[in-house]
Design a protein around this ligand. Sequence first.
Ligand SMILES: CC(C)=CCC/C(C)=C/CC/C(C)=C/COP(=O)(O)OP(=O)(O)O
Ligand SMILES: [Zn+2]
Length: 455
Amino acid sequence: MSEESERDTNPAAAPPCPTVSQRDQWMVESQVFQIYQLFATIPGSAQNLMLELQRDNHMQYLSKGLRHLSSAFSVLDANRPWLCYWIFHSIALLGESVDDELEDNTIDFLNRCQDPNGGYAGGPGQMPHIATTYAAVNTLITLGGQKSLASINRDKLYGFLRRMKQSNGGFRMHDEGEIDVRACYTAISVASVLNILDDELIKNVGDYILSCQTYEGGIAGEPGSEAHGGYTFCGLATMILIGEVNRLDLPRLVDWAVFRQGKECGFQGRTNKLVDGCYSFWQGGAVALLQRLSSIINKQMEEASQTFTISDVSEAKESLDGTSSHATCHGKHEGTSQSCSADYKSIGYNFINEWRAQEPLFHSIALQQYILLCAQDQAGGLRDKPGKRRDHYHTCYCLSGLSLCQYSWSKHPDSPPLPNLVLGPYSNLLEPIHPLFNVVLDRYREAHEFFFTES
Ligand SMILES: CC(C)=CCC/C(C)=C/CC/C(C)=C/COP(=O)(O)OP(=O)(O)O
Ligand SMILES: [Zn+2]
């Protein structure tokens, strides 16, 4: 008799022992639901207090982080451009700024991380790395201004990216480092925003990312691995930036990504794993990008639902896959300008200019609820989940996800949302971001003007 049917006939039979993952999941669910239960039972005024974004406390926490950053502390020594990005981007999302001296010191510090042969390292004198290059470039864009933007040696940076480029289309993170989808995204993102993207950098990138889309529909870090939210955002954003997003199986990607938002209201990073605040951006960001691709998705679904004769199959497959190695012409879709290869330079810019109001593919209010009630430390800073400690990485990505939610219904990427779309008091409203680069929109625009009109 199977375990199932024995339990049906003999209720006293011992239930199967839960797995460790099941126990962890129940524990998180119970903590999250206790919070939601409390929230549901308190008066409206107390509910508003619980939903308030603790701006002052977050600023205090971030300012403390900045003070640590300027003094030498070694534990995160190879990560300092990342710390700069997480902290300065969070401050920018809150609509705040820092004093000129601190900005100046940060520009000087990042300059000392800049390798004479291009790219930024995790600290002065270390080996340049594409991920810390992305963090440094996004920090300098976030700081903005002539000194900051002009400090980036774009020619040398281009040389560094070319040296990291692999014949399979991927990029190495650093000399002899790993090749993965993160490296592709960080390389293509900086090349795109700095206006140094060209055919050589793009060559075969689409093939590489395509080889990482799994049977589930999400994108893995490398071929043969498991689909994961972090890599899915990276892979999807890269495919958009190189004009090849139509080559992905988008309906399957939508299907995988939307089901990563669970009953806790936040997102998990992969199937059967726990909810985590940082996926508010990685998964929420991927879904927000997919929201902008509806015409390509509809086209792919239409093509897939047609009944083909045997001779039609190869032709249809060709049109879904895309035929050449990059930027095939498939007509113009919202914000992606899938026209011809030369157009990839303006994809990032068109993405926000060709914006149209569209319904989000995720539950935006539910995600805001998870971020504000479960991921927010009332004393400042944000975190993975209740019971975890706040940190700058989660602060950055929870706030980035919150901003995406707040503007998810907007007609333009920065048009102020209606009050009912912002959970909690309207003062919770953050600055809008460019969803492909994750920098605050007005800083992106300044950088675009600088790098696209100067050269
Ligand atoms: C731009 C850039 C550098 C992007 C990085 C993207 C990113 C967050 C990748 C995630 C890496 C990963 C496999 C985490 C799994 O951690 P885990 O097993 O602890 O977490 P999980 O249980 O939630 O999967
Ligand atoms: Zn996390």
